[in-house]
Design a protein around this ligand. Structure first.
Ligand SMILES: [Zn+2]
Ligand SMILES: [Zn+2]
Length: 397
């Protein structure tokens, strides 16, 4: 009897195990909701212009980058950008050479077909518009509201010529010329703009060369990178002001932006463009009228006027109390933007983080006996000659 009971109990156990097995799913999704989120960078409207976030210098696997055009679009969108230009090298196309190694057919003698890729001497021999179109297709399919600008990077010896980005092109393939100045003229014929990239890269100076003098004097250059990646070229700010050129901060990203910025807790380097709307025409107009601010490593670099307008639009300053006995006025200063500002008074620096308020008391001028205006040196803003601007905050706007 006892034996029979044990057999039945064992059978029951087997049955319940089998039943239980049936209930265990083959795939279980550990996280139910996993919708990707874009990082929003909230910036103010400045003098009636919207502030768009752009990166005008990006590489893909078609030149010497590690990410394809399709993923560059996704990456830029989640990084919070509004404008991008895929600007692969004309002359350095390591990626294309690597693809060729994989896909090239073998000759009858068993040797692989020779790679006949282009270079500065023999032309480009690749369809650069197709690179742009890959990114454009991604934008179209996804519906992501981002402006994609057609461009490329031209590069020669750093000590004589250097690198330049050609933007707002109609046909990237036809602007190439072994003579760089001739190529630039072709860019202009298409209505394109040219920016001088990383002028101090792999050089002991960021000063102009003979070639630079030639093309700048001819009016072929529209802007310069005052920042490339996280490298700041302070001398270039003065050049941009004196020669009326737009200032840019671009990533020149080859790897992923997460590896270069996100993983070390930095925002992506970008150019803030003050434009009427997010169209090619309005963005081009903003660049030509030099309404740009370089934003990199938490610093803002630009013309003093725009830095002042920008800060005053981003910060809300209010007079909340007047103490006639003490002769002081108390202000609240609220940061309504996603950028942190470093406000210095005397030797003390106050960090005004995004969406925070500080209170600050200003006394009277000892000689004039008048109340002092709320004025700070902005330590994370730079204008010409390696200087920080001193900005007076406008009251009760
Ligand atoms: Zn370059
Ligand atoms: Zn580059």
């Amino acid at each position: 009897m006892k034996k029979l009971f044990l057999i039945l109990a064992f059978a029951g156990l087997c049955l319940s195990n089998a039943e239980a097995q049936k209930k265990i799913p083959h795939t279980y999704r550990l996280v139910g909701e996993s919708k990707a989120r874009r990082t929003e960078i909230t910036l103010p409207q400045v003098k009636g212009y919207n502030v768009y976030k752009g990166d005008f210098h990006i590489h893909t696997t078609y030149s010497d980058g590690g990410v394809n055009p399709d993923s560059r679009v996704t990456e830029a969108w989640y990084d919070g950008l509004d404008i991008i230009a895929i600007t692969d090298h004309y002359e350095n196309r390591k990626g294309e050479r690597n693809f060729f190694k994989v896909v090239a057919p073998y000759n009858e003698d068993g040797k692989p077909t020779k790679y006949l890729g282009g270079n500065a001497k023999n032309g480009i021999k690749a369809d650069f518009n197709a690179i742009h179109n890959e990114a454009a297709t991604k934008l179209e399919k996804s519906g992501i509201p981002m402006l994609l600008i057609k461009g490329c990077e031209m590069a020669r010896n750093n000590n004589t010529h250097g690198h330049f980005n050609c933007l707002f092109l109609k046909d990237i393939n036809t602007v190439y010329d072994p003579d760089m100045a001739k190529a630039f003229r072709k860019v202009k014929e298409q209505g394109g703009l040219i920016i001088h990239n990383h002028p101090g890269w792999r050089r002991k100076t960021s000063d102009k060369t003979e070639f630079h003098n030639q093309v700048y004097n001819e009016g072929l250059i529209d802007g310069v990178e005052v920042v490339n990646g996280l490298s700041f070229y302070p001398h270039i700010v003065r050049r941009c002001i004196d020669e009326k050129l737009a200032m840019f901060a671009n990533t020149d990203i080859h790897s992923t932006t997460y590896a270069n910025y996100g993983s070390i807790g930095l925002h992506r380097t970008m150019t803030l463009v003050l434009a009427k709307d997010l169209t090619e025409k309005a963005v081009k107009d903003a660049i030509l009228k030099r309404r740009t601010i370089a934003y990199a490593g938490g610093s803002l670099i630009g013309e003093e006027e725009w830095l002042s307008e920008f800060l005053n639009a981003a910060v809300d300053c209010r007079l909340v109390r007047v103490d006639e006995k003490k002769g002081s006025r108390l202000f609240t200063i609220t940061n309504m933007s996603s950028i942190t500002y470093k406000l210095r008074r005397g030797k003390t620096v106050y960090t005004l983080e995004p969406f925070k308020t500080i209170t600050y008391s200003f006394g009277k001028d000892k000689e004039k006996k008048k109340y002092l205006a709320p004025k700070f040196t902005i330590e994370n803003m730079w204008h010409a000659d390696f200087k920080h601007p001193v900005i007076e905050l406008k009251l009760d706007k």
